[in-house]
Every structure is written in structure tokens, then in C-alpha cells.
Design a protein around this ligand. Structure first.
Ligand code: DC
Length: 206
């Protein structure tokens, strides 16, 4: 197999489908993938246990992501709160940049990959959808995982998180100027994936 070699930044709003797309791309092209939201979720999880956010970021152990339930609304909110802290962001930035510098390329998804972590990424995507569609998708996922929760509370949480992630001072959520912007409100995951692959293939041919 030829070396992929591209750094791909996939940013976007909560529950936009960016994680699913990133995993599929990484699997298809056999490149490592980092879900950077998980790093903030891990720090948020520890903060909920009473640990200082900076200590939690300094002691980051990504293996723990396989052990703890990081998908709850409480952890989502705690992650979005700690993400405002510049010292936490600085610590996690180092980890993300090291990951992105692996030879052979990488796929990273998050909020500030194309703007701050990998401003020189070969390809950037910004994936979003209207908040009602994202809440429906996240609600169905949570029900499958056994969480008993209403659609309304998921929608509220997503809208609050959008507001916090977009309006914070440090590395706010916003599309990089050179990002391919995709609104997935009226698309299924297969259609989004096909479109992203087309753009990657065009880049690989250059
Ligand atoms: O992608 P996610 O929903 O798992 O992310 C959880 C929170 O982490 C999100 O609300 C904001 C924060 N985050 C961030 O600030 N920067 C990133 N690159 C990834 C996530």
C-alpha cells in the first residue's frame, strides 16, 4: 500500500457526525485517528471526581478512555467547561501535535484542529448540522447505550455546549478559512462519507 501521508483535520459542532466520519476515514486509509474531544472528556471526568483540571490534564492517560463512561451529559458539559481553561488547552495541545506529527499521516477530529492544532493540515473539514437534527442523532445513540434521557434535555445540552464552545476566548469553535464546510442536516452518514472521500481522493491525485 502507498503511504497516505496526509494530515486531515475534521472539526465541527457536537454530535455533527464528525467522529463517525473520522473513524471511517482512518479505517479506510489505515491511518491513526485521534478523537480530541475524548481528551477533554477525560479531563472533565476527573474534574467531576474532584481533581484539579490542570493536574488532570498533566496526568492524562488516554487508555482510561476505554474504561470510563465518557459519553454522559455530565461529562460532556464538564469537558466543555474545562475546555475554556488555557492551561488545560496548552497541555492537551502538546499531546495532539505529537500525535499529528506521526509519519504516514493522521486524522484528528475536534473543534480547533484546523485553526490551532494543525493549521498546516493538508485537508480541513468543518462538519455541522442544525441543532435539532444533531440532538435527534445523539438522543438515539444514548438510548442505544442504555441512558434514560429525554430528547429535550439532549437538545438543551447541545445548544448550551455550542454556545460555550463558540464563544470562549481560547481557540473557539469556528471553521478554518480553508476548510471544506459540510452541512449534514439533510444528509445521511453514507452521503457525508462519500463526499469527504471524493475530496480526499482529489487531493491524493494531485
Ligand atoms: O467532540 P466532543 O463532543 O467529544 O467534545 C467534548 C468537548 O470538548 C466539547 O464540547 C469542547 C471540547 N473540545 C475542545 O474544546 N476542543 C477540541 N479539539 C475537542 C473538544
Amino acid at each position: 500500500m502507498t503511504s497516505f501521508g496526509l494530515i486531515i483535520a475534521i472539526d465541527g459542532t457536537a454530535a455533527s457526525g464528525k467522529g463517525t466520519i473520522s473513524r471511517k476515514i482512518a479505517h479506510n486509509y489505515c491511518v491513526p485517528h485521534l478523537d480530541t474531544g475524548l481528551l477533554y472528556r477525560l479531563v472533565g471526568y476527573h474534574v467531576l471526581q474532584g481533581i484539579d483540571p490542570i493536574d488532570a490534564a498533566n496526568q492524562l492517560n488516554v487508555k482510561q478512555a476505554e474504561v470510563f463512561d465518557l459519553k454522559t451529559l455530565q461529562v460532556s458539559n464538564a469537558a466543555s467547561e474545562v475546555a475554556k481553561n488555557p492551561s488545560v488547552r496548552a497541555k492537551l495541545l502538546e499531546f495532539q501535535r505529537r500525535f499529528a506529527s506521526k509519519p504516514g499521516g493522521a486524522v484528528l477530529d475536534g473543534r480547533d484542529i484546523g485553526t490551532v492544532i494543525c493549521p498546516n493540515a493538508d485537508l480541513k473539514f468543518y462538519i455541522t448540522a442544525c441543532s435539532e437534527v444533531r440532538a435527534q442523532r445523539r438522543h438515539s445513540e444514548l438510548l442505544v447505550l442504555g441512558h434514560k434521557i429525554s430528547y429535550e434535555s439532549v437538545l438543551r445540552e447541545i445548544q448550551e455546549r455550542d454556545e460555550r464552545d463558540t464563544n470562549r476566548e481560547q481557540s473557539p469553535l469556528l471553521p478554518a478559512e480553508d476548510a471544506n464546510k459540510i452541512d449534514t442536516s439533510d444528509m445521511n452518514i453514507g452521503e457525508v462519507y462519500d463526499l469527504v472521500c471524493l475530496i480526499i481522493e482529489a487531493k491524493l491525485e494531485k
